[in-house]
Design a protein around this ligand. Structure first.
Ligand code: PMP
Length: 301
């Protein structure tokens, strides 16, 4: 048993609503044995899901990549939406963070992917923890580290030990996130992403992120930020970004479902940016944050 008491909010396990403390899966679930599963984490504002269809499209792509079939009764987007809304409606808070996990299912332990298994589907929705005002105002500190993870960073799988270890590097130094760099065939080190976020730089007024590849997750906020930049008249480009580019950036930002867009104002102890804005959140962040708040109001379903 966990030494920390678990909240007894209702969750959904394989279509059944039950208190979190009573939701149990088999020890032979391949999620438990191999980390053989995928997940999504979707913000919910005022009881409404933000960018739900984009999250569902990524979930479907990831199931395909791992050859996990659609779970029974969840063949269509509307089925997922109905299940998700039921869990959301069962929570006391209106701003939530919905977590959906699908594993390959239960079978005797064997590396071979068994066919014909019924996937295990778990959903819970926790109160949304907004970024503290102090962090929004002053930005957060990050540390850099070598990206030692595997080359399937594009799959949002539950095997997250590499990411867990990466995050702990930041936690051990009192920082908010670890920004990862990987050597490439054309030298490097190149920026990949954060332990649980995408990373952006601002250079000459443009928002720049690394190109999507097997080395990083295509966050749902990648396409969103592209749209917001278009609306705001901010140039947007995905291109290889060296570690030196990151350290010389005018602004440095993180994006994720939980952090929305968040300014990084110190990297390995050095202030980010130049001139009067050195060590302070910058103007591109401020515009994107406002545009993001507008998108939340307009696009949640
Ligand atoms: N990269 C990693 C490794 C992540 O865990 C996340 C958070 N899910 C992201 C990027 C950002 O993705 P999203 O915008 O979908 O939250």
């Amino acid at each position: 048993m966990s030494p920390v008491p678990l909240p007894d909010t209702l969750c959904d396990l394989n279509g059944e609503l039950l208190p979190l403390s009573q939701a149990k899966v088999s020890v032979l679930d391949r999620g438990f044995i191999f980390g053989d599963g995928i997940y999504e984490a979707i913000p919910v504002y005022g009881g409404r899901l933000f960018r739900f269809d984009e999250h569902m499209a990524r979930l479907a792509r990831n199931l395909d990549k791992l050859r996990i079939p659609a779970p029974t009764g969840l063949g269509h987007r509307d089925d997922w939406l109905a299940r998700a809304r039921r869990v959301i409606a069962a929570q006391p808070s209106s701003d939530q963070f919905l977590y959906i996990q699908v594993t390959r299912g239960v079978a005797m332990r064997d590396h071979v992917m068994p066919v014909g298994l019924e996937p295990t589907v778990f959903m819970m929705s926790n109160p949304y923890k907004p970024v503290p005002a102090e962090q929004r105002h002053h930005g957060v500190a990050c540390v850099g580290a070598r990206d030692v993870r595997w080359e399937h960073g594009d799959i949002k799988c539950t095997s997250l030990l590499g990411n867990v270890m990466a995050r702990q590097i930041a936690v051990d130094q009192g920082a908010a996130e670890t920004i990862l760099f990987r050597e490439g065939p054309q030298g490097g080190p190149w920026l990949t992403e954060g332990s649980s976020s995408n990373v952006w730089i601002v250079h000459e007024g443009a928002l720049l992120g690394p190109p999507m590849s097997e080395h990083l997750l295509e966050g749902i906020r990648v396409a969103l930020l592209r749209e917001l930049c278009e609306e705001e008249g901010i140039a947007f480009n995905l291109r290889p970004i060296s570690e030196a580019d990151v350290r010389a950036a005018d602004e440095l930002l993180l994006s994720s479902a939980g952090r929305e867009v968040l300014p990084v104002t110190r990297l390995d102890g050095d202030p980010v940016g130049h001139g009067a804005l050195r060590g302070k959140p910058g103007p591109v962040y401020a515009r994107l944050y406002e545009a993001y708040q507008r998108a939340k109001r307009e696009q949640s379903i």
